[in-house]
Design a protein around this ligand. Sequence first.
Ligand code: HEM
Length: 407
Amino acid sequence: MEAADHREPPPAGNRLVPPTSPAANIIFYGGRDIGFSPHGPYWTKMRKIVAMELLGARRTKLLRPIMEQEMAKLVGLINTKPTINLTEMMLSFGNSITCRAAFGKIQKQEEVFLPFIKQFMKMLGGFSLVDLFPSSNLLRLLVANAAERKLKKVHSAADAIMETIINDRLAKRSSTVAAGGNDDEDLLGVLLNLKDTDDLGFTEIKAVILDMFLAGSDTWTITVEWAMSELMKHPRVMEKAQREVRKVFNGKGVVDEASIDRLQYLQLVLKETLRLHPPGPLAIPRESKETIVVNGYKIPAKTRVFVNLWAINRDPHHWAQPEVFEPERFLNSSVDFRGTDFHYLPFGAGRRMCPGMHYGLALAYLSLANLIYHFDWKLPHQMKPEDLDMRERFGIEVKRQNNLIRA
Ligand code: HEM
């Protein structure tokens, strides 16, 4: 089944609107990160650092041992625990990997830091009237002050922890450098190395680290969870994917990241999962520079535009039986994640397209392959696949409404 390819160029001259969400403003030090920073020289500089130094193919390769060690721990946990909450487990697995990628290891300070990330995620995703009417000072006074105060409190506690982690590292760095070392094995080390050459302040370093946690853990773990849900719902697909993984890795006994490319069917499964369940349903808001007409609709200049990636990926004009989970639709099809097929955009498109795509995909493939290589998953108590609850939860990310539990 080949998806129709209706390529249309994106409207000319898009630029990003400045951050308006009070929650994002507080969390990211007034938009000093990448995702909430408006288009301009600052964003260009930060985007280059993130894409080239923090999330490029070289760094993903360097992070392989961390990914594989954490994966082995997860497999061990699933093996030993009779009851598991796969949703919670994947989330803490994702956070542990990001923590190690960011700070090198997980120690007391880093452990204390993780609960803040959970709280930020909740606060960012929650519905706020002020986000809808950002210029209403009255509304801000009436509704948002209490929430903002709480957020500021949580933020200053998280900031203090990051400060301690950075100061500890600065103290250790001098001895690392004196001994001829480079201190470039984790994101914090890389950012501190760029501090002088790229004129990065500590605030920017903290904002980027928060970005990596908030954009870089939930996204791919949610994807793995949806993929597992779809595989449980479609035993034919599960069997085919499992057969492939076991055939490719049987001689090795472990699933390693370097050989993931050989899992061709699993790649189709992940593509189809991201079509139906893009973890970020809306692209980063854009603003039209000039008046344009799209599909007969006139969009005046300076209109803030929200692009609904979730709806595009299910558009019946572009997808045959869009609601059906059918990985084979991508077989022999050139449609890809790269942001050039405008009816399939799980990672967005254009200048603001996701810079973490390769890293996120590597982690999603590795996790999914391990989960189905090591374990057989079945629905409980003769439950029929069609009865599996696939409802989504409202928020900045599209998660499952109910956790996946192995009882
Ligand atoms: C399955 C995994 C992932 C998916 C589906 C995903 C999806 C997205 C989407 C849809 C956007 C908005 C793009 C646009 O507006 O055109 C985005 C932006 C972004 N993503 Fe991801 N993402 C994933 C993983 C990651 C990871 C692992 C990281 C970092 C560790 C990351 C970091 C970012 C950042 C920093 C931005 C903002 C880019 C900018 O404003 O220039 N993402 N992502």
